[in-house]
Design a binder for this molecule. Structure first.
Ligand code: GLN
Length: 190
């Protein structure tokens, strides 16, 4: 059975993640309420604006349920989602779920280079990474494992059941990163 992958659908580019999850062999479901969350095996927190998402999580009473979800089930945060997963957020400091040992600096590439597409490698395979007002992971500590770096900074990190990317794997590439997350979700269901 296809693992059910929830996609937080309060704000940001959740539609593109739905397509990517479907193509990668998962069953994508939009998550807007606690009941939606209870029905999924893993969760993707998409890119968007982390400050806005935080506010909406508070308004919808989803902050604490997602934090608890992350203590037992996998979460993949991309861009703003990675900011929400981090233990510490800078520029400016803001609240977060603190589910991964990451220190993240928001909008760290500066205004001039708002977005760019970069050719990187993951597991020896080419990876097109789309950065949009991306954060920089200043520190990946604990037992976190850096899978991909760009300019010496981690851009794809795995820690236990969770994954964080500062770029947008739903916008380019052939799905390897979504497949990796779906595999983690399948493994955690067993
Ligand atoms: N700049 C956004 C933030 O700080 C993240 C951008 C994105 O998700 N593409 O929340």
């Amino acid at each position: 059975m296809r693992p059910v992958i929830g996609i937080l659908a309060l704000q940001g580019d959740f539609e593109a993640h739905k397509r990517a999850v479907d193509q990668a062999g998962g069953n994508p479901v939009e998550v807007r309420t606690k009941a939606d969350l209870d029905a999924v095996d893993g969760l993707i927190i998409p890119g968007g604006e982390s400050t806005t998402m935080l506010k909406m999580l508070a308004d919808e009473d989803l902050f604490e349920p997602i934090r608890k979800f992350g203590q037992v089930k996998p979460i993949f945060g991309t861009c703003a989602g990675a900011i929400l997963l981090a233990k510490e957020v800078l520029n400016p400091a803001q609240d977060s779920l603190q589910l991964m040992d990451l220190t993240v600096e928001r909008n760290a590439y500066g205004r001039q280079i708002d977005s760019r597409i970069v050719s990187l490698e993951c597991d020896g395979k080419p990876l097109e990474a789309v950065f949009i007002r991306a954060p920089v992971i200043r520190k990946a500590g604990g037992d976190s494992h850096v899978l991909v770096s760009y300019n010496g900074d981690p851009v794809l990190v795995e820690q236990g059941r969770h994954m964080a990317a500062t770029f947008h794997p739903e916008l380019a590439g052939e799905g390897a990163i979504h497949r990796r997350f779906i595999e983690k979700v399948s493994a955690s269901r067993k």
